[in-house]
Design a protein around this ligand. Structure first.
Ligand SMILES: [Zn+2]
Length: 266
């Protein structure tokens, strides 16, 4: 649980996840600052501070920083921490998502009054109409579809040429993860799937997704791309992969798992 509006004692060494407009402040060597509050190179007297958790037995704090100062080079996407291990990335993901929640829930969506933070859980509450909000988490399915020794790879219309990955899509209201996986694959490339197996999940703070990963077998249909979403899709031989996401990402792990299964069969 996240404690908010905490008082940090002077001299307390901690990791500081300072977030402004969705971006994280990192030191010149690309790491999360570890220092006393007073030693940070930003004026943080009025900023909201929340306790995020611990990293390597040291406390971690989120600082919601409203103004972004001139030096844009100090502010990074949480993606920059993917390479620095799962624990640090997870803290960065939580920091950016909580900061976004606090920034976007200042007023009640139902009656327009000012919202207040609840003091025992991470939620905002409208004292006029009782409307309560929690941080948004958008579940998303990633599906690696395998047919013989090939995997279905697609390039989204939002990605640069040459960058292929497994299929992905958001879960809709009142849908199970499995239904979303079947629907997304059908909608995006016109293919039917079977033998759906859950593999794992990963928080993805861009801005507040929770990725869930599945392996599936091809069941039928010809590839037909939905033009708004998919620029290209094809059956790629598992031993001839193009540039695909790294192993720090769940997509990369699904592709590696499909490859390992193929090797185990042969
Ligand atoms: Zn209200």
């Amino acid at each position: 649980m996240i404690e908010h509006s905490v008082k940090v004692s002077s001299g307390q060494l901690a990791y500081w996840f300072i977030v402004s407009q969705g971006r994280l402040f990192l030191t010149t060597d690309g790491t999360v600052p570890f220092a006393e509050l007073a030693a940070l190179p930003l004026q943080l007297a009025d900023a909201m501070i929340c306790k995020l958790g611990e990293y390597q037995l040291q406390p971690c704090y989120l600082v919601v920083y409203d103004d972004r100062p001139a030096n844009e080079a100090d502010w990074h996407s949480a993606r920059a921490l993917l390479e620095q291990g799962e624990a640090l990335f997870q803290l960065a993901a939580r920091a950016t998502q909580v900061a976004l929640f606090l920034q976007t829930h200042r007023f009640c969506g139902q009656c327009g009054s000012a919202m207040r933070l609840v003091n025992w859980e991470l939620a905002t509450l409208c004292h006029r109409c009782g409307h309560r909000c929690y941080p948004r988490i958008a579940p998303c399915v990633l599906v690696a579809v395998v047919k013989d020794e090939q995997i279905l790879l697609a390039r989204s219309t939002r990605h640069k040429a040459g960058f292929f990955s497994v299929l992905a899509g958001f879960v809709e209201s009142a849908e199970t993860l499995e239904q979303a996986a079947v629907r997304e694959v059908k909608e995006e490339v016109g293919v039917d799937i079977t033998n759906l197996h859950y593999v794992g999940s990963q928080p993805w703070p861009f801005p507040h997704s929770l990725m869930t990963g599945f392996l599936a077998d091809y069941a039928g249909g010809e590839i037909q791309c939905q033009p708004e979403e998919i620029a290209e899709a094809y059956w790629c031989p598992l031993d001839q992969l193009p540039e695909t996401p790294g192993l720090q990402t769940l997509s990369g792990q699904l592709i590696a798992l499909a490859q390992a299964k193929r090797l185990a069969k042969n």
